[in-house]
Ligand binder design. Structure first.
Ligand code: SF4
Length: 251
């Protein structure tokens, strides 16, 4: 696949085959920088197709199962794609219902990835309710480490991050190189608004977490998520008792 370089330097082959073995971090970084320019402003489906054409089996989608929009886009573009779900053991039943609906109804391969310890084992080792005392540590054990373990077999992964979700996400690029992970992060709906999401959900009848109708603006683990009030940032209900706005997955 070739696209016009946004800088005007002609055509760049963004999906050039790897000559030998896996791409190096430097190659992945160069690929991400080119794609970030070339794909900005392009439809989510085109960004998704670039990702699956470029990385093949070394690519996965991640989903929090707040909704299944990104998983659905990839199911249309690349049926059978891997979808990684971090099953923290502390999800709302409504979230697990979306996950199970995706498994039943979409042509994707859902991989539920669990922490090394059950909630009970973690309580035994760190004391009960770690989330109420040290949420960063809890998020590391139940989200960050499992994601890093899951991503070990991929060069690239997709998220559902959007610029309009919060000020901390306002500059989210459609494609980026994550230097810490040494992998390419693809955000196909970065430029979408909530209205775009609602239109897509309605058009394709995509599963959405029922908690949105019950006053939640953003959905994570049940101990760290509360309803939001009118006018609040949608993510204001996450870790509301702490100076914490992200779980560490998107640093
Ligand atoms: Fe723990 Fe809360 Fe993070 Fe879930 S969101 S992993 S319960 S601190």
């Amino acid at each position: 696949m070739s696209l016009l370089n946004a800088a005007g330097f002609g055509l760049v082959d963004l999906t050039a085959p790897v000559e030998s073995g896996r791409r190096t971090p430097d190659e992945l970084k160069a690929l991400a920088l080119d794609a970030a320019q070339a794909l900005e402003g392009r439809p989510a489906e085109e960004i998704a197709k670039w990702a699956t054409d470029t990385f093949g089996s070394r690519f996965c989608v991640t989903s929090s199962m707040a909704d299944a929009v990104v998983a659905h886009i990839f199911s249309r573009v690349s049926p059978g794609v891997d979808v990684v779900f971090l099953d923290t053991g502390l999800h709302f039943p409504e979230t697990l219902k979306v996950r199970d609906t995706v498994v039943r109804t979409m042509n994707v391969n859902v991989r539920s990835v669990r922490p090394r310890m059950t909630v009970g084992q973690q309580d035994g080792e760190y004391g009960p309710r770690l989330f109420a005392r040290s949420p960063d540590e809890c998020c590391f054990l139940r989200k960050v480490e499992p994601l890093e373990r899951a991503l070990a077999e991929y060069d690239s992964w997709a998220t559902g991050l959007r610029r309009d979700e919060s000020p901390t996400r306002a500059n989210t690029p459609v494609v980026a190189f994550d230097a810490k992970k040494g992998k390419v992060k693809v955000n196909p709906i970065a430029a979408w608004t909530q209205a775009d999401v609602d239109r897509y959900v309605s058009r394709w009848n995509v599963p959405v977490n029922e908690l949105f109708k019950k006053g939640y603006g953003s959905i994570g683990c049940w101990p760290c998520t509360r309803r939001t009030k009118a006018g609040e940032d949608p993510r204001a209900g996450r870790w509301a008792m702490f100076e914490k706005t992200e779980c560490g997955l998107h640093v």
